[in-house]
Design a protein around this ligand. Structure first.
Ligand SMILES: NC(=O)c1ccc[n+]([C@@H]2O[C@H](COP(=O)([O-])OP(=O)(O)OC[C@H]3O[C@@H](n4cnc5c(N)ncnc54)[C@H](OP(=O)(O)O)[C@@H]3O)[C@@H](O)[C@H]2O)c1
Length: 292
């Protein structure tokens, strides 16, 4: 369990360039309040694995706050249902990872309301979009537009989210929780592993997740060097029954298609038990490390 306790806020900030988003007077007041149970953000929460993260995070604690972001909150019917059930603990904010202004606005809103973040889970991702994007079966089907779109959503987006949430994570790490750091968990995929690539294909998706892995690893090294109280990990959820995997489930061996509930339970277990020495590592749902 992510166990969180009330503790005095850390007010020291090392990076001047991000002060704007993190430290208005209201934010300092929010930070001073400290939220029992901590503050978690799930980015990409309208459906699939992200929505399930929100559901489980709300269920497991009586007090923890959850910020759920998605492109179109008004159209996120399941999130809105959860909002009715958890009126005071769930905050839904608009965020499209391809639009940095929306990321900055979400960071400001979190800063004003909570002043810190203890957990950031980046779940948004694309594999196929009807009439726009199809996973490639051969080099001859590789298109510049597909490569760039998957890179933008799957790799660039999550890193920009971390960039703008950085001051909030620094405030959340090491105070308000029983552990000494905040956690960033980026949803990657085993097919992003270069060492594990025995089948080829899916050029855009594979490359975008490999880029996400490299960017996350790079960020984790910087956090460590700066002694920021933040641990970054990459997670492969297994093959999970969601809209993303649905067109490709035919060849999944029996017993290997996980429910969202099962996958997220496993991933939360990894997050709960993460150690500072895990910073920059890439884990599968069962806790096994995946090669780069
Ligand atoms: N399902 C699997 O088997 C599997 C396996 C390995 C890895 N993963 C990874 O796990 C993560 C979650 O996948 P999933 O299966 O839950 O997929 P999903 O059901 O298709 O959900 C994808 C989510 O990403 C959001 N999204 C797409 N583009 C976005 C953008 N520009 N800005 C913000 N949000 C955006 C979607 O929001 P909208 O509703 O607005 O479209 C949706 O909430 C992905 O990163 C995926 O690569 C999944």
């Amino acid at each position: 369990m992510l166990k969180l306790v009330v503790a005095p806020p850390r007010l020291a900030m090392r990076s001047s360039s991000f002060r704007k988003a993190a430290f208005s007077t209201a934010a300092a007041a929010a930070a001073a309040t400290r939220f029992q149970g901590g503050v978690s953000m799930v980015q990409g929460a309208s459906r699939g694995i992200g929505l399930e993260f929100v559901r489980q995070l709300l269920k497991r604690s009586e007090e923890g706050r959850v910020v759920a972001t998605c492109r179109n909150p008004d159209g996120a019917a399941d999130l809105l249902k959860l909002k009715k059930e958890y009126e005071n603990r769930l905050n839904i904010l608009p965020l499209d990872v391809t639009n940095e202004t929306t990321i900055e606005a979400a960071a400001s809103a979190v800063s004003e309301t909570y002043g810190s973040l203890n957990l950031l889970v980046n779940t948004s991702g694309i594999l196929s979009i009807p009439n726009v994007l199809q996973p490639e079966t051969t080099l001859s089907k590789v298109q510049k537009s597909s490569l760039l779109l998957t890179y933008e959503v799957n790799a660039v987006g999550p890193i920009l989210v971390i960039k703008h949430m950085w001051p909030l994570l620094k405030m959340g790490g090491g105070s308000g929780t029983e552990r000494e750091f905040a956690v960033v968990a980026n949803l990657s995929a085993r097919v992003g592993s270069i060492g594990d690539n025995g089948l080829g294909g899916w050029h855009s998706y594979r490359a975008s997740k490999a880029a996400l892995n490299q960017l996350t690893k790079t960020v984790s090294v910087e956090f460590s060097r700066k002694k920021d109280p933040i641990v970054c990990i990459l997670l492969h959820p297994g093959t999970v029954d969601t809209d993303l995997s649905r067109p490709f489930q035919r060849n999944v061996p029996e017993g290997k298609l996980f429910t969202k509930g099962f996958a997220v339970q496993k991933l939360l277990n990894i997050i709960d038990n993460v150690k500072s020495s895990d910073n920059g590592k890439f884990f599968a749902w069962d806790g096994q490390e995946i090669p780069w």
